[in-house]
Design a binder for this molecule. Structure first.
Ligand SMILES: [Zn+2]
Length: 453
């Protein structure tokens, strides 16, 4: 059996791997490259395999960097099934449609090509085969390749995937969730006797603040922003981070009355749509979220929350007096409605920008996080005079402690590990940590690497 690595090798986006077993070729994730212009141009490169030779596609979760190029597979002749959990399936459709509308918008603006059409997205949905957690799926009906999905605790519907073929067991981590994340269940333990673990390493060099302090840090950041008298902008990933933020704000405002009432705008049609999917699949909730809904609380709604679905709704936010909070995508400020607010408020010393997620190299969010005093927003030069704060505890990814604990969560250790989905220096550092702490043979994968097991 061979594993090829095409994306998220030496970077955090563009996840795409291929398994060759017998005469079958199986893809795991086919995501978009995100970040600076150079990185995004890579989405237009031809796929490194013939889509019509692919037998099946497995999807770990609905983030754009894992699903963003799925319609290309359909466009180029893939006729098999896409396997994912039902929630991933619904979220992926929202994410792909949102990506298409962003591309169409950018296309007019920058004269770039749109990667795929509405019809290609419809093709993905028609070829989707929902697989629930904890059920073996025989991919080709002959027992040659079987898959099993466990909860990755990363975003709603996220899974890490076990692939059994040729008497070997491979695990693709997808992205591994943080500890004690509200709403989501914890990441499941690894099974035993793994021959190869393909593991993400986004935060292999970092330690997040504890979850107990997350709410306190958020409360403090909001109170400070209110005191400054301006706008609090929170660029937020539409899946998971936004729902966690709503959950925490619901606690702080409605249940514990620790924050004053003020307008809080959720300015993202994608996040609003995703929240509807969260409401639908209550069977994926963790115990405390189940308790909460049983008590009658709507954890995604509280006094002051305004859903800004249309562009006109979004424009109207400007007319509301301060203080106010604006939650808008994209999470790394590399597109989306947050840019319009950034244009208006980055230069305002009374305002605050609160970063709550990973910022990839080349993104506007990363530039500001690293202290840029002047940035380019949609072609305009803007000075950064607002306060800039970061909360790590909201990360959807596990930190070094969590990743090491997870790798060590089976009855025995994986025989071999390949690290993808991380910046090069981080992966190198984390590989050394794994060798030192657990003594496992660990490879930092490079683009086009092939591993034989
Ligand atoms: Zn992810």
């Amino acid at each position: 059996m061979k594993v090829h690595f095409f994306g998220a090798a030496g970077e955090v986006t563009g996840s795409n791997s291929l398994i060759e077993t017998g005469n079958k070729k199986i893809i795991v994730d086919c995501g978009m490259f995100q970040g600076g212009d150079f990185n995004e141009a890579k989405n237009h490169d031809p796929l490194p395999y013939n889509a019509n030779e692919i037998s099946a596609v497995l999807i770990t979760h609905a983030h754009l960097d894992h699903v963003g190029r799925l319609p290309l597979l359909v466009k180029e002749g893939f006729t098999g099934f896409f396997y994912a959990t039902p929630a991933t399936m619904e979220l992926a459709e929202l994410v792909l449609k949102d990506a298409l509308s962003v591309m169409e918008h950018d296309n007019i603006k920058f004269g770039r090509q749109v990667l795929y059409s509405e019809q290609d997205i419809a093709g993905v949905m028609q070829q989707f085969k929902p697989v629930d957690y904890y059920q073996w799926q025989d991919l080709f009906g002959d027992g040659s390749v079987k898959i099993y999905l466990r909860d990755a605790g990363h975003i709603f519907g996220s899974a890490f995937i076990e692939i059994d073929a040729e008497g070997k067991k491979i695990i693709f981590s997808g992205d591994v969730g943080n500890v004690h994340v509200p709403i989501l269940r914890d990441t499941d333990n690894l099974p035993d006797d793994i021959d190869l673990l393909v593991c993400e390493s986004t935060y292999g060099d970092k330690f997040h603040e504890s979850d107990q302090t997350r709410r306190e840090i958020l409360e403090k950041a909001v109170l400070e922003a209110v005191k400054r008298g301006g706008v609090l902008m929170i660029p937020s990933f539409s899946l998971e981070r936004t729902q966690e933020l709503l959950y925490e704000l619901d606690k702080l405002i409605e249940q514990e009355h620790r924050l004053p009432a003020m307008p809080i705008f959720l300015d993202s049609p994608l996040a609003i749509g995703a929240t509807r999917v969260y409401r639908k699949y209550t069977q994926y909730y963790d115990e405390s979220a189940v308790k909460l809904i049983k008590s009658g609380d709507d954890m995604f709604d509280f006094p002051g929350l305004v859903l800004s679905e249309t562009r006109d709704d979004s424009k109207r936010i400007n007319n509301t007096h301060n203080p106010k909070i604006i939650i808008a995508g994209a999470g790394m400020m590399n597109g989306g409605r947050i840019l319009y607010h950034a244009l208006r408020y980055l230069s305002d010393p009374q305002s605050t920008l609160l970063i709550i997620g990973y910022q990839a190299h080349g993104t506007l969010g990363r530039q500001i996080q690293e202290g840029a005093t002047s940035v380019n927003v949609m072609g305009e030069r803007v000075s950064v005079r607002c306060a800039v704060k970061t909360i790590g505890a909201f990360s959807a990814h596990g930190d070094q402690h969590k990743l090491l604990d997870w790798i060590n969560s089976g009855k025995n250790l994986p025989k071999r590990i390949c690290l993808n989905h991380g910046e090069n220096n981080v992966r190198q550092f984390f590989a050394e940590k794994i060798k030192e702490k657990l003594g496992i043979d660990t490879t930092v994968v490079q683009k086009s690497l092939v591993i034989e097991i």
